[in-house]
Structure formats: structure tokens, C-alpha cells
Design a protein around this ligand. Sequence first.
Ligand SMILES: Nc1ncnc2c1ncn2[C@@H]1O[C@H](COP(=O)(O)OP(=O)(O)OP(=O)(O)O)[C@@H](O)[C@H]1O
Length: 244
Amino acid sequence: MIDIQHLTKRFASHTAVDDVSLAIGQGETLVLLGTSGCGKTTTLKMINRLIEPTSGSISVDGIDVVKQAGPELRRRIGYVIQDGGLFPHYSVAQAIATVPKLLGWEPAAIQERIHELMAKLQLPETILNRYPAELSGGQRQRVGLARALAIKPPVVLMDEPFGALDPFTRRHVRRELFGLNELRETTVVLVTHDVSEAIELADRIALMDKGRIVQIGPPDELLNQPANDFVRDFLDDQPQRISR
Ligand SMILES: Nc1ncnc2c1ncn2[C@@H]1O[C@H](COP(=O)(O)OP(=O)(O)OP(=O)(O)O)[C@@H](O)[C@H]1O
């Protein structure tokens, strides 16, 4: 579904993404995991052309992304960021309707899809006319996802989608969302630095360090057969008391 070949991004003399190659299958959830600054977000943003690569290639569904206009590509690829990424002056209903409207859907079809998504994401219809500032963090997150899923895109990119939530709400919202049939059929690339989130959600984890993929595989493989000490230490995030 997504094929990344020798992808490199340099910002001046700094190499943020360094010769990354990976293939992501249809319906797969691939988690890009790693410390702050290791190049996860830069990799993600090159898939929907918010950032242009220095070299290398990315194809989505067999088509090179550089052969597609950025705005058109971004309409077809869902994108969810921390705290939902909602426009403050768009109501919930307007936010979810944005891309279907751009694609010329009939108003009745848009309304039907809005109601369907509200039900699926367990959002009360009473918030349809509210603005993001009038929602809870968990609701904003779900509305952000509803907006990203509105046209049933084959691919959804998520950048720390639960990062703004407290640990309890975070677990709850992510279990709810990833339990949706709709998301199961979608190819998801998710960026996080949260090890338990990666283990819980990923079909495969790509653990990154300094712009490179250190190990890629199913969570069990990284846990049981870490390629090196970095992988072992990174995944060993059990809380430990500091002795004094
Ligand atoms: N526009 C930019 N100009 C210069 N350097 C940049 C730019 N964007 C990112 N970088 C640098 O590239 C590196 C990778 O950044 P990136 O945002 O991809 O990391 P990340 O793994 O997503 O980190 P985080 O989890 O903190 O978001 C960092 O060192 C960052 O400072």
C-alpha cells in the first residue's frame, strides 16, 4: 500500500531522516516509535507531502506521491495530529464535512456520514454545533478522527494522536478507536514515543533512532529478539523507583 525507498531528508547540514526504506501493507497499522527528534514526524509528513524529501521515493497505492498534487493527495490521506488539529472557527459538523464538501458530495450524503461517524465514535449529537474550545480533549480527539475518516480514506496518518490526553483517557480513547471496524480496514501509520501505545496498537513497530530504522517487526519480535541494546532498553519502559 505504501512503499518507501531510500528516503532521506536533510535540513541544512542536519540529516533528520537517513535512508529509510519500508513497505506498509494494506490494512496494516505501522507504528513509528522513537525518542524526540529521531525523525518520526518528518517521515510521516513526507508521506502526504507536507515535507518534500531530499532524496528517495514514496508511493501510495502504486503511485509516486510526487506525481500527485499535494492538496489532492492530502484529501485522500487522512491526517490526525495531537489534540485533533481542528480549526477553531469550524463547528464539529463543519469540521467533519470539510473534505466530503471539497469532493462535491451531496448534502444528504454528508449529513448521513456525519451521523454515522458521531455514532461510531460515541460522540453525542448535541455537540454538532459546538466549536473545539467547547469540547473536552477526548472529544476533540474523536472529532479529529471523524474528520480524517469522513471520506473513508484508504490511508490515515496519525502524529501523537493521543498525546494531549491524560493517561487514563488516552488508553480509553485509543482502545475505543482502534476497536472500530472502519479503522481495521484502513492502513494506518502512527507516530508515538509511547512504548505501551506502540505495543498495544501496532501490527509492526519501526523503532527509529537518529533518522534511521533500528529494528522493524511485530511487537513480540522487538520484545523477544531485540536487535541490540538500544532496542532492549527502549522497550524496557517499566517504571522503576529511583533509590536514594
Ligand atoms: N523544519 C525544520 N528545520 C530544521 N530542522 C528540522 C525541521 N523539522 C525537523 N527538524 C529536525 O529534524 C529532526 C527530526 O525531527 P522530527 O520532528 O521528525 O522528530 P520526531 O521524532 O518526530 O520528534 P518529536 O517526537 O519530538 O516530534 C530534529 O532534530 C528536528 O530538530
